[in-house]
Design a protein around this ligand. Structure first.
Ligand SMILES: [Zn+2]
Length: 212
């Protein structure tokens, strides 16, 4: 069965073709990349998800940052910092930090693991479509990188007031930031649906064929 594909840039309808590993299919009219075939894509994405999950746990268990001033040392964890914001009547900020730094990345990791583990067992996850829609919907709300950069800027400004000791959780969040981005970018939704449809993944030449 031939699948028609619309170019997201110029809207040209083209027939989909199978690709050799590492190849990219480009639009016949505007040469925009349409899809690519990544070698062992699902396994690689799952490896990134597993590593990111370890970073997520470390980011929650260890202190985020410690401040030392006048012989006093204060440290806080990620959830402790959110609780502190709540204690200072900043519910909106606390809610935003909780959703963007904690809930959204957790849902992304759990969602990717859920659909990919089922796919590697050659079956379809029961709530597959709901989870994939959720992954697309929460992507703009996952902002670990904004938090890491904001924390680094705040710590740099605090350096002359107190001794700042970055905690394990801060480095773990930086690792989570990179690994989560890698997991989301290597998640090949096109290949995912191709294997779902049982389409053949032969060694035809790269490039999409323009529809008549
Ligand atoms: Zn195009």
């Amino acid at each position: 069965m031939k699948t028609l594909l619309a170019c997201p840039h110029c809207d040209l309808l083209q027939y989909e073709t199978s690709l050799p590993p590492q190849a990219t299919a480009r639009c016949a009219r505007c040469a925009a990349p349409l899809y690519r075939r990544v070698k062992s894509g699902h396994e690689r994405t799952l490896a990134y998800v597993a590593a990111a999950a370890v970073c997520f746990v470390l980011a929650n268990v260890f202190p985020l940052v410690a401040l030392e001033a006048s012989g006093q040392r204060n440290s806080t964890t990620l959830l402790g910092a959110i609780a502190d914001l709540l204690g200072q009547d900043m519910e909106l900020v606390a809610g935003l930090v909780f959703v963007t730094i904690w809930l959204a990345p957790l849902l992304q990791l759990a969602g990717l693991a859920y659909v990919l583990l089922a796919r590697l067992q050659a079956r379809r996850a029961a709530a597959e479509i709901v989870v994939l829609r959720l992954l697309a919907a929460i992507r703009p709300w996952s902002m670990v990188e904004v938090f890491v950069l904001g924390t680094l800027v705040a710590l740099a400004k605090l350096v002359h007031m107190a001794q700042v000791v970055p905690g394990v959780a801060l480095w773990s969040l930086a690792g989570l930031m990179g690994l989560l981005a890698a997991a989301l970018n290597t998640f090949d939704e096109h290949a995912y649906w191709r294997t779902a449809a049982g389409a053949d993944a032969g060694d035809a030449p790269a490039g999409a064929v323009r529809a008549e």
